[in-house]
Every structure is written in structure tokens, then in C-alpha cells.
Design a protein around this ligand. Structure first.
Ligand code: HEC
Length: 243
């Protein structure tokens, strides 16, 4: 074998190796396996409230707050679902449903010239923000036998937007209710209060301890200030009513 032939053999071997390497790189790119972002399967558990998952996921924000944050323009676009049956303009006609101009704080079943169902006539309520909110969530559940065959708006934010819009369709829009403090469930507040009471009792002991130069935890020094922050008794009484 002369050196020329040897060169050919070596060249062939090198070429094959290069080809294999290139193939490896290319196939690696094509068949790359990515690790999942989250390990395992996501399990969506059904809650026991008849599968109203959307409602369960939604944070429980009070209607007062939702109304204050609501965008009436968004409400107007959601209210397109109503216009097949309702007119919102002043002096506008009754359609399948009654004219809704000025419906906020109007007595139920009170619009002139509309033939309400017996169920609605029997309701005898005022269409407050809250009453409309409940009604719109599930009309036939709130007024069984109503002739409003509308499934309802399940999202609280959608209802609030529609109500904010409805409120504007009036000679004198009703003032929006004041927003309430969130996360102030009566239970949590009470527990908090109890804890603070207990801490108060401990406080004098800590002073003694400090005098003796015992290393008092930094947290304890903040105690007197916290006492002043404890919810006033009046606030506690209010909390259950708000719910
Ligand atoms: C399929 C037709 C239909 C749709 C859609 C509909 N409604 Fe109604 N609505 C009615 C009817 C009919 C009544 C009267 C109910 C009765 O007498 O029982 C009514 C009654 C009402 C009332 C009570 C009015 C009063 O004078 O007592 C309100 C408030 C109301 N609708 C709001 C809405 C809103 C807001 C929407 C849209 C999100 C909507 N409705 C969608 C048909 C409809």
C-alpha cells in the first residue's frame, strides 16, 4: 500500500467519523426532549359546589369593591347580551323584557306597560345593587318562575360592570357604596384580636425581663405600638353585618 492509497483510507475513515458526528448533532436538534416545566400531571379537583369551579377560583371580593372598580364601558359591552330583550334608553320601549332605564333602586315589576310574570310581581323588592347582582347571577334561581330566560352572568366582575353601566342609564345615578376592607373576615379578625389580647398580658413580664438584661427578642419591643393597632370593638361588631 503506497502512501497515496493510505491517504484515501484515512480520508474515508475521517469522513465517516465527521458524517456521524454531524448526524448526531442534527438529530439531537430535531428530536430534543425538553424536561416539563412542572413535574407530574396537573390534577384539577372538582369542588363540592356542583362544579362551579369558576366561582370557587374567583377571589371573594365584596360587591361594594367590585362596583367601585367596575368599568361601565366594559359593562356596556357585556350588556349586549341583554339588548335582545331590554332597551336601556329613557322612554324606550319594553321588549321581551321591561325597559331598564333607571332600574337601579326601582321597585321590582314596576315598569309601566310591561306584563311581568306572577313570580316577578310576587317578589316585591327593590332593585338595589345587591338585588340586581344576585338576580343576574342566576335569574331563575333567585326568582323561580321568572319569564327572564337568561342563564345569568357567573362572573362577579362581569355583573359589577353591567350594574355600573345600568346605574349610568338613569337621570340620577345612585351613589356607589363605599368599598369595604378586604380580608377582614370576622373569624380572622377575632382570632387576631384574641392573639393581641394574649400578647398584652405578656407585655409587662417582658419589661421585667428586659430590666434583668435578658436578651429580649426584638419583636417584643414592638408590642405597645401594636396594642394601639388592635381593632376597636366597634369595628368587630360591624364585621359580621358586612358579610
Ligand atoms: C331572553 C330575554 C332576556 C335577556 C337576554 C335578559 N333579560 Fe332581563 N328580563 C327579561 C324578562 C322577560 C324580564 C321580566 C321578568 C319577569 O317578569 O319575570 C326581565 C327582567 C329583568 C329585570 C327586572 C326588571 C323589573 O322591572 O323588575 C332586570 C333588572 C333585568 N331583567 C336585567 C337584565 C340584564 C342586566 C340582562 C343582561 C345581562 C338581562 N336582563 C337579560 C328578559 C331578558
Amino acid at each position: 500500500m503506497d502512501s497515496f492509497e493510505l491517504n484515501k483510507v484515512m480520508g474515508a475513515i475521517l469522513g465517516t467519523l465527521l458524517f456521524t458526528l454531524a448526524l448526531n448533532i442534527v438529530s439531537g436538534g430535531i428530536f430534543a426532549s425538553h424536561a416539563p416545566h412542572k413535574a407530574g400531571y396537573e390534577i384539577v379537583a372538582k369542588d363540592d359546589k356542583g362544579g362551579q369551579q369558576q366561582a370557587a377560583v374567583e377571589p371573594q371580593i365584596p360587591l361594594e369593591n367590585l362596583l367601585n372598580e367596575a368599568n361601565p364601558e366594559k359593562g356596556a359591552s357585556i350588556a349586549r347580551q341583554c339588548v335582545a330583550c331590554h332597551d336601556f334608553t329613557k322612554g324606550g320601549p319594553n321588549k321581551v323584557g321591561p325597559n331598564l332605564y333607571g332600574v337601579v333602586n326601582r321597585d321590582s315589576a314596576s315598569h309601566e306597560g310591561f306584563n311581568y310574570s306572577n313570580a316577578m310581581k310576587a317578589k316585591k323588592a327593590k332593585w338595589t345593587f345587591e338585588a340586581i347582582d344576585k338576580f343576574l347571577e342566576n335569574p331563575s334561581k333567585v326568582v323561580p318562575g321568572t319569564s327572564m330566560t337568561f342563564l345569568g352572568l357567573r362572573k362577579a366582575t362581569d355583573r359589577a360592570a353591567v350594574i355600573a353601566y345600568l346605574n349610568k342609564q338613569a337621570d340620577a345615578p345612585a351613589p356607589l357604596p363605599k368599598p369595604v376592607a378586604v380580608n377582614a373576615t370576622p373569624d380572622a379578625q377575632k382570632k387576631d384580636g384574641d392573639k393581641k389580647d394574649a400578647e398584652k398580658k405578656d407585655a409587662p413580664k417582658q419589661k421585667d425581663a428586659e430590666k434583668k438584661d435578658a436578651p429580649a427578642p426584638a419583636e417584643k419591643k414592638e408590642m405597645p405600638a401594636e396594642k394601639k393597632d388592635a381593632p376597636a370593638p366597634a369595628e368587630k361588631k360591624d364585621a359580621p353585618a358586612k358579610q
